[in-house]
Design a protein around this ligand. Structure first.
Ligand code: CS2
Ligand code: MG
Length: 402
């Protein structure tokens, strides 16, 4: 079953998405997400110039061999651009394999390990009073887990807080906008927020919080300790993860669980964190971590060390990525949680899909393959618009992680 076409589709139904569509000589097609927020055209060009020509004529059934060919054959290994491109090919080939087999992809991964995929939503607002209303909204929709972000007194904008509550998207300007940050103000405000949320919603609701790579290990340790009375399910990305041994310091001081990995691209980015049991949840995703084939490998490694999955699921990952993630989530033994930010109706229309939300769970499609597609005609009506993620400075002007 030879590959006859590999097409890169860039579309912007409210935000940019890059999709790879692979077609075989038998007319079977598969789709893969290749979206890298704020750097979309780098991946599109990598695919068009360097990957698509090498795919033509290859056997679509050889998923592992194609993965190794693209990874080892690139010489310049790893990195978000390369790994998102490989992920798109891998995902599309799994889609094709499922369609040829007449089975949803999760069946090819070993079948169901659970009845549904528990997801968490994003409650965010400037003030504590307003965020309580948002948490209630998610609880009413049936969510069992909610991520809570609020504004920080004294800062104009804060990561994770947006005007549009359901469809948060931070990449808003062609040239990156600038935010400011104060660790002191942040550390002073967060514990009070969670005290109020716990008081209002009791112990049953899973609560999460994203630190977005902004602290040092000892600051993160203080945060984790101060949140212990409120029993969070996790704090996410407490520090940038380049220096993985830094997590040992956090671990020595707090029992608040830690989730890391949305910017990871390969198993080598989390190997030490997992092997030393420095984290509790691994948040790598299908699109940025080399596709279903490689993410499965990461999840299996994590399972050996009591680390559960908690995949990234922001709106900058397309419904194609979400569909693929759900097949893995339902199948792997060490699933933990799946992030689920809803896509806009425009995006859902461009990517018709069979997965569905019900009572706090997402359910993968039962159609053969991934159960997601791209409406190419509709996609063509939404041309690419440059949009960059913000950058971040301390109050004195020093650059800081966003
Ligand atoms: C985030 C993302 O969902 C999350 O946890 O950290 O919203 C992240 O900021 C974006 O995916 C960046 O594109
Ligand atoms: Mg995050």
């Amino acid at each position: 079953m030879r590959i006859t076409d590999a097409k890169v589709i860039v579309t912007c139904p409210g935000r940019n998405f890059v999709t790879l569509k692979i077609v075989t000589e038998d007319g079977v097609s598969g789709v893969g997400d290749a979206t890298l927020n704020g750097r979309e055209l780098a991946v599109a060009s990598y695919l068009t110039e360097h990957v698509a020509p090498a795919l033509i004529g290859r056997d679509a059934a050889r998923i592992e061999d194609t993965w190794q060919y693209l990874y080892k054959g690139a010489y310049w290994r790893r990195g978000p651009v390369t790994m998102s491109a490989i992920a798109a090919v891998d995902t599309a080939l799994w889609d094709i394999k499922g369609k040829v087999a007449g089975l949803p992809v999760y069946q090819l991964l070993g079948g169901r390990s659970r009845e549904g995929v528990t997801v968490y939503g994003h409650a965010n607002a400037d003030t504590v009073d307003d965020v309580l209303v948002e948490v209630a909204r998610y609880a009413d929709l049936g969510y069992k887990a909610v991520r809570v972000q609020t504004g920080v007194p004294g800062l104009d904008t804060t990561y994770g807080v947006s005007g549009d509550k359901l469809f948060y998207e931070p990449a808003d300007a062609a040239i990156a906008s600038e935010a400011t940050w104060s660790t002191e103000a942040y550390l002073n405000s967060v514990p009070g927020v969670f005290a109020r949320v716990r008081e209002e919603f009791g112990p049953g609701l899973k609560l999460l919080h994203d630190v977005h790579h902004r602290l040092t290990p000892i600051e993160a340790a203080r945060l984790g300790k101060s949140l212990e009375p409120h029993a969070l399910t996790w704090i996410e990305d407490p520090v940038p993860a380049e220096l993985q041994e830094g997590f040992r310091l956090i671990r020595q001081h707090t029992t608040t669980p830690i989730a890391v990995g949305e910017v990871f691209n390969t198993i080598w980015d989390c190997e030490q964190l997992v092997r030393e049991q420095l984290i509790d949840y691994i948040r790598a995703t299908v699109v940025h971590a080399g596709g279903i084939t490689h993410l499965r490998r990461i999840f299996d490694l994590a399972g050996l060390y009591h680390v559960r999955t908690g995949s990234h699921g922001a709106t900058d990952l397309s419904p194609v990525c979400m569909a693929a993630a759900l097949h893995l989530d339902i199948a792997v033994p060490n699933f933990g949680l799946q992030e689920y930010m809803r896509h806009t109706p425009e995006t859902d229309a461009v990517f018709p899909h069979g997965y569905r939300f019900e009572d706090g769970y997402l359910h993968p499609s039962e159609e053969p393959g991934l159960g997601v597609d791209i409406d190419e005609e509709l996609a063509a009506q939404y041309p690419y618009r440059p949009a960059a993620l913000p950058v971040n400075r301390l109050l004195d002007g020093t650059m800081h992680s966003w």
